[in-house]
Design a protein around this ligand. Structure first.
Ligand SMILES: [Zn+2]
Length: 151
């Protein structure tokens, strides 16, 4: 069983629908084919995807477990990331609580990404691909403004 097949086998119908809608296109064509095969085996087509999402039966749980606000799954990828505003490099460490010696603020926070639909639940360093594009665009705009001012 490949890694993606193992992952898909752990998803219920609703999770599969969200996965198909929001994450399928992020995979390599070969893997997409594998995913589509799995979906058709489960009888999940485009119509079914929309139907499952509009009537999502996964309900928010009350056990305090972190959940994705979009698809309500608790299959989340949680990583401790170093807050980059404390330095100019990013390292990813698991299970490290490290406090800044100067102000006692936590230096690490949880970066949480939904494994099912790819939703960024918590993005302490603003690393979400969209915000990266925005940041780059703003940076370029700032350079351009600087250039124009100096002419
Ligand atoms: Zn999700």
């Amino acid at each position: 069983m490949t890694q993606i097949q193992k992952f898909l086998s752990e998803l219920n119908e609703n999770e599969l629908a969200y996965f198909a809608k929001f994450k399928l296109h992020t995979y390599m064509p070969k893997t997409q084919l594998e995913i589509k095969k799995h979906l058709s085996k489960k009888g999940i087509n485009n119509l079914k995807i929309e139907e499952l999402i509009s009537t999502n039966k996964i309900k928010p749980v009350q056990n305090g477990k972190e959940q994705c606000p979009r698809c309500f799954t608790d299959k989340l990828n949680i990583q401790k990331v170093e807050l980059t505003n404390f330095g100019n490099h990013t390292i990813i460490e698991n299970n490290i609580e490290f406090y800044d010696s100067l102000n006692g603020e936590p230096k690490y926070k949880s970066q949480i990404i939904c494994n099912v639909c790819g939703f960024w639940v918590n993005d302490p360093n603003g690393q979400k691909p969209n915000s990266f594009v925005e940041k780059t665009t703003n940076y370029l705009k700032a350079i351009l403004r600087g250039v124009i001012k100096n002419i």
